[in-house]
Design a protein around this ligand. Structure first.
Ligand code: UT7
Length: 340
């Protein structure tokens, strides 16, 4: 049995904001943002567009790719879905309902279970493993959508230059399928191994404080509306350790070297974090795929957006061993090893 990724999709809002656009309204510069993060631009959803809208578009694009490959109609594929897992830090609603349920309804996925994963920027990595697990434990389940979707522009404090410049909106989705008769040898495909970890002792270092049961948001109170707060330095140091540790563990557990890995697709939070991790491990920068310059940090969406971009431009070859690695609020971290 194997769990294979058979299609990908993404959705990026049309509105693009450059660093210079931000410098017009914040005390920042293109030079500072580029040199500290590698970010050059980000996309921002129009008013009224929520995480489920971007998620739906990314999901439909993934299903359309699968429809083209298999000759099955998108609607039929949607009805054949058994599971929809969605990771988001900026869901349509906090707590309930799950954004995945809104996507499930609009997609016409009548036979699917749907739920959200709260693992911040590690949401896709967690989601892929949860979905793969659900397909593995029950043979009546065959297909799942794993989505990362964010409208972070709604939950950043646009007056805080320390966070506002970092984030962007977007969504990515992958369609996964259980096969009972996987190909062997060099035709082998699928999710090979996953590492998931958390360190809740850092929970307060990256959070949306108000709006939950700990700090209920009081309208008219002194607090500003719910927004992302972050201890950037602490998260930076944690991220470098999380990435290096996860890469090392995945290689050791699978008994392979970095030369066996065609590409690492990291969570796109800060190019400097990736460079620092690569340097520590002696991995050339070219091994990491980076698109942060164009999209900024799209949290749970960054890895599936990157996968779709690579896939649609023919830069992932069947049989390639690829690695995802990510970290985020929680604090959470982890990675997947996948044979494409
Ligand atoms: O996916 C979620 C996980 N989050 C992350 O991965 C973020 C991890 N952290 C980081 O990427 C970095 O810590 C940041 C990019 C957020 C900040 O970079 P830094 O090199 O750690 O800067 P800093 O916070 O130590 O600030 C250095 C200086 C400060 O000025 P002073 O106090 O030295 O005068 C800041 O006020 O840079 C200032 N600064 C800015 N200046 C211009 C902070 N943000 C900006 C800005 N433009 N946007």
């Amino acid at each position: 049995m194997a769990i294979e990724i058979i299609a990908t999709g993404r959705a990026i809002p049309a509105k693009r904001l450059t660093n210079d656009d931000l410098a017009n309204r914040l005390d920042t510069t293109d030079e500072w943002i580029r040199s500290h993060t590698g970010i050059g631009a980000r996309y921002v959803a129009e008013e009224g567009v929520a995480a489920s809208d971007l998620a739906l578009e990314a999901a439909r694009n993934a299903l359309a790719m699968a429809a083209e490959q298999t000759g099955t109609a998108v609607e039929t594929l949607a009805q054949s879905l058994d599971v929809i897992i969605l990771g988001s830090t900026s869901p349509d609603y906090y707590g309930v309902p799950a954004t995945a349920c809104i996507v499930q309804d609009k997609l016409g996925a009548k036979n699917a279970a749907a739920m959200d994963i709260t693992a911040a920027c590690t949401g896709f990595i967690y989601g892929l493993e949860v979905a793969a697990g659900l397909l593995t434990v029950d043979r009546s389940r065959k297909r799942a959508l794993v989505i990362g979707a964010e409208v972070l522009s709604r939950i950043v404090d646009w007056n805080d230059r320390g966070t506002a410049v970092l984030f962007g909106d977007g969504a990515g989705a992958v369609l996964i399928e259980r096969t009972e008769t996987p190909s062997e040898g060099k035709n082998r495909r699928g999710v090979l191994r996953t590492i998931l970890r958390a360190d809740g002792s850092g929970a307060e270092r990256l959070r949306i404080k108000q709006g939950g049961s700990r700090y209920p948001y009081q309208s008219g109170g002194a607090e500003s509306p719910p927004h992302v707060e972050m201890d950037g330095r602490m998260v930076y140091n944690f991220a470098v350790k999380a990435i290096t540790g996860t890469i090392e563990k995945l290689l050791t557990q699978e008994n392979i070297t970095i030369n066996d890995v065609a590409r690492i697709i990291p969570h796109q939070a800060n190019a400097r974090i990736i460079q620092a991790a690569g340097k520590r491990l002696g991995i050339p920068e070219s091994k990491f795929f980076l698109n942060i310059e164009e999209y900024a940090n799209t949290s749970a969406a960054s890895i599936p957006i990157a996968l779709d971009e690579l896939n649609r431009t023919g830069r992932l070859k069947q049989g390639d061993l690829i690695m995802t690695v990510g970290f985020g609020g929680g604090l959470t971290y982890g990675g997947n090893l996948i044979i494409w």
